[in-house]
Design a protein around this ligand. Structure first.
Ligand code: GTP
Ligand code: MG
Length: 193
């Protein structure tokens, strides 16, 4: 069984030529500030492997964390960050679109699409999901920050996501309560090979 606990940073790639292709990729995608790095840290049982941001949208690199010489956990730079400059938006597109074009067929096993449960899927999220569909990539949805909703809101928001994405696993997640960590880890490991 693959052990994620020993994950370590392999490379912080700012250029397509730096992207490693020797192990399968499990990709974490979502809006800036949705909780990608936080989820990653929970999955690997480490407090500070992936940097959680106080300044969202700052770095435009794709971070590859190698686990057990078996797979890479891939932290994509977030999208939808309003204050990002035009030049940085272009860099984001070139890097992320280039990454998918070069790796979707051969290296990417699964996309973990993060959506803020309270906010729901934004237009940017739906674009991203459309993009996954175009590439034929399998994805699951992790609905983050579930601790911010009461029971009624939670059921309503989860229902909306399930209706919109009926064929997709939807896992509510909270870094505060730990809800969803084991379920997400199990799903990811089932796509390791
Ligand atoms: P970028 O790297 O900028 O794209 O952001 P990110 O998606 O990696 O988000 P990050 O993990 O840095 O989290 C953003 C903020 O949300 C941080 O202040 C986290 O502490 C907070 N956060 C993440 N997950 C949860 C959660 O489940 N519940 C609550 N209440 N806060 C969370
Ligand atoms: Mg991050």
């Amino acid at each position: 069984m693959t052990n994620l606990n020993n994950a370590k940073l392999a490379i912080s790639a700012g250029f397509l030529s730096q992207i490693p292709k020797d192990l399968p990729h499990i990709v974490f995608a979502g809006r800036s500030n949705v909780g990608k790095s936080t989820l990653l840290n929970k999955l690997v049982n480490q407090k500070k492997l992936a940097r959680t941001s106080s300044s969202p949208g700052k770095t435009i690199t794709i971070n590859f964390y190698e686990a057990d010489k078996t797979l890479y956990l891939v932290d994509l730079p977030g999208y939808g960050y309003a204050k990002r400059s035009e030049a940085d938006k272009k860099r984001w597109s070139a890097l992320v679109e280039g990454y998918f074009m070069e790796n979707a067929d051969k290296n990417i096993n699964l996309i973990v699409m993060l959506v803020d449960l309270k906010v729901g899927a934004t237009a940017d999220d739906l674009n991203m999901i459309g993009y996954m569909d175009d590439f034929g990539l399998p994805y699951i949805i992790v609905a983050t920050k579930s601790d911010k909703l009461n029971k009624t809101q939670r059921e309503e928001k989860l229902g909306e996501l399930k209706n919109a994405h009926p064929d997709c696993a939807i896992i509510p997640f909270s870094s505060l309560s730990g809800e969803g960590v084991n379920e997400a880890r199990g799903k990811i490991l089932s796509y390791a090979k």
